[in-house]
Write a protein that binds this ligand. Sequence first.
Ligand SMILES: Cc1ncc(COP(=O)(O)O)c(C=O)c1O
Length: 417
Amino acid sequence: VSERARALDAADPLARFRGEFVVGDPDLLYLDGNSLGRLPRRAIARLGRLIEAEWGERLIRGWGEGWMEAPRRLGTKVARLLGVGADDVLVADSTSVNLFKLVVAALRARPERRTVVTDALMFPSDLYVIQGALDLLGGDRRLVVVPSADGLTVPTGALAAAVDRDTALVALCHTAFKSSFVYDLDEVTALAHRSGAWMLWDVCHSVGAMPLALAAAEADLAVGCGYKYLNGGPGAPAFLYVRPELQDRLRNPIQGWLGHGAPFDFDSAYVPAPGIQRFLAGTPPVLSLAALEPGLDLLLEAGLDRIRAKSVALTELLIAGWEAELAPLGYALSSPRGSARRGSHVSLGHAEGWRINRALLEELRLIGDFRAPDNIRLGVAPLYTTFAEVDEAVARLARAVRDRLYEKYPAERPTIT
Ligand SMILES: Cc1ncc(COP(=O)(O)O)c(C=O)c1O
């Protein structure tokens, strides 16, 4: 490990947080990009208590003792991560379902506008969901996808050219899942508003890795997931945000009972609840919500400014290692060079990316992830990633190519990568 990495770890104000997570094997480098955060130790205790004392002993009474409020209560914590009001976030469903609810609601509220503008860096599932919503609502509504010339970024000017008075909604990933490109939240939101369009941000790859100020940017809608930097566990519930002024104007297309104003009246007519509550559909997943809460608390304890500062320092160290050792071995930097426009992961392209990633996984004990066609995506999570790990990762990425370790792996890819 280099002097630089050692010094950075010694001076790291967040160092104590690593001990809050299960790190079974310190030699296994976990730089997954970041599709699934590590397990917080507190989640083990919290779930144990919930299962035994609440589910086991309190049984159905648990619903009156806090379970029912969990989507709103956790929403107040996620709100602090998003920089929005405490009453404007719900933790519920998956990102895809939340996106569907908000896109349909927004399009129905503005029938005179026909397009949704997005870009080619968008997470493909989001494109599928938006396209499905447009098909469902019909008319001559359509999706406009702004291309990316370099596959890494989209210039604001290209977006501006696509947004006009026919645009109902601009929907973008704040941090691009593949390249890690980060949009300027204020600038792009203002750009949408200049044409009277609403702005929806997917913050899956941003939330918990950097401070967000969605209210100050006047963003209208947002969605994001709980299993990446929030460390909520596999399939953790996602969240949605609706700007307060819009909450009572929008209707949740999934008119489930828990978004009803009086669900326990069991009335046959649907009357939406006031405020954010109407975006709930069915029964909250109490165990999964409980598993998510410790991860939220850890982020709030650590502070997002410190998290972002460490994230930038980690990715800078990785890029310095790329420049010195990996570029000569055929690795390309497939993420923005400037940290202001880069999230908490770095993508390295290599013609043998898929086979290198196999070698990393199977014999070099480095878990990153592979994103087609050639990206090895390496995520750093400031609560538990160390500078020494980043240094060691660079050494292993170099070995995979220098020692030709990838050559023994086949080029075919399985279905889940
Ligand atoms: C940016 C982004 N948006 C949306 C999704 C889909 O999320 P979900 O599977 O929770 O619906 C993902 C999943 O990884 C994602 O990375």
